[in-house]
Design a protein around this ligand. Structure first.
Ligand code: TRP
Length: 336
């Protein structure tokens, strides 16, 4: 393929912690699936990032496979895209070290996510949590990614990745592609069901704050029914004064495709209860086919192993090329 035909490289990843939920579907997974034809995509289950905070080994193992199957169930095609588990490609850890030796303590100290997350860790904060953005930079720079779809909370990590890449290029000549962040369309910010002023999080301690992609239909109905509502009574989109109902409107619109004005007019004069009931059905309907595909994939052990092996092999081949080049540039002796 000539350079002009080569598709831009796009890479993204999610940490296998908590439970993948509708916010991930709307804000990430669904758009990843759509990007596959236009870009040369890599989608990673970033398990090395997950152990920056304590994890139960058996649960981490199960979740990694769950996440991988859910990526696929949401439409990511392991033939079109390179789908793999981060720890299967040792080049991520190796490059992280090399980049860490070119990253300043001061830069890492400014990361707001580190400040937030370390507050929740009590006394013993793992140094990996501090180093986390360097590992993320390695994920991105190893494949020469041009574009990185991320949420707002990752803006700073993308900036530091660019700074590290530019610094490296200045010192050693062009090695890295300087990536751009790729923010999904606005309106994709789904808020917590129990606190509509904070973002829906797959790692929230309270599972009622999110709808997991693997929640059973009755669990989904219960969560939506019990979602907090505002003091008003009208189904109206007003994020400032009615954040809870506005969030439910966003969820409905994002999953049903119906516009918010159309929903507002259909529910004029009706109560919150009717509206919530419909939102619940829309969510149940959206996750049903995902759950079905997930179950097929998750029980096909041989199929899953083949996908994992193939993804890791493809990623490894690409990563090695860049890693070898970086090692040469830094001045390491090539292994013979
Ligand atoms: N830090 C990202 C998050 O929490 C996950 C991540 C790790 C990532 N490596 C990445 C995202 C590389 C994009 C590209 O959302």
């Amino acid at each position: 393929m000539s350079d002009s035909e080569r598709k831009p490289v796009l890479l993204s990843g999610i940490q296998p912690s908590g439970n993948l939920m509708i916010g991930n579907l709307i804000g990430a997974l669904r758009s990843w699936a759509e990007l596959q034809d236009r870009y040369d995509c890599l989608f990673v289950v970033v398990d090395l990032h997950a152990i920056t905070v304590p994890q139960e080994p058996a649960e981490l193992r199960r979740r990694c496979l769950d996440f991988l199957c859910l990526y696929l169930a949401c439409g990511i095609d392991p033939v079109k895209s390179t789908v793999f588990v981060q720890s299967h490609v040792p080049a991520h850890s190796e490059l992280a070290w090399l980049l860490g030796c070119h990253t300043y303590m001061g830069e890492l100290s400014r990361m707001t996510q580190f400040k937030d997350k370390s507050k929740k860790q009590g006394e013993n904060i793992r140094s990996g949590l501090f180093f986390y953005p360097v590992l993320m930079a390695a994920d991105i720079l190893l494949y020469g990614a041009d574009l990185v779809p991320v949420g707002d909370d990752q803006r700073q990590h993308l900036e530091i990745t660019r700074d590290i890449a530019q610094r490296f290029n200045q010192l050693y000549g062009d090695v890295f592609t300087v990536p751009e962040a790729y923010f999904p369309k606005v309106g994709a910010r789904i808020m917590s069901l129990t606190d509509p002023t904070s973002k829906m999080s797959k790692s929230d301690e309270n599972p009622r704050s999110y709808v997991a992609l693997l929640d059973a239909p009755d669990v989904i109905r219960g969560k939506i029914r019990r979602a907090v509502t505002d003091s008003g009574t009208e189904v109206r989109f007003a994020p400032e004064s009615q954040p809870a109902i506005s969030n439910l409107l966003q969820i409905h619109a994002a999953l049903s495709g119906e516009s918010i004005p159309s929903l507002e007019s259909r529910f004029t004069g009706k109560g919150y209860a009717d509206f919530k009931e419909e939102v619940a059905e829309v969510v149940v309907r959206a996750v049903a086919p995902i759950q079905e595909r997930y179950r097929q994939l998750r029980t096909d052990k041989a199929g899953l192993e083949a996908i994992l092996g193939d993804g890791a092999a493809r990623a490894e081949r690409r990563a090695r090329r860049i890693l070898d080049k970086v090692k040469r540039k830094v001045g390491f002796i090539p292994r013979t």
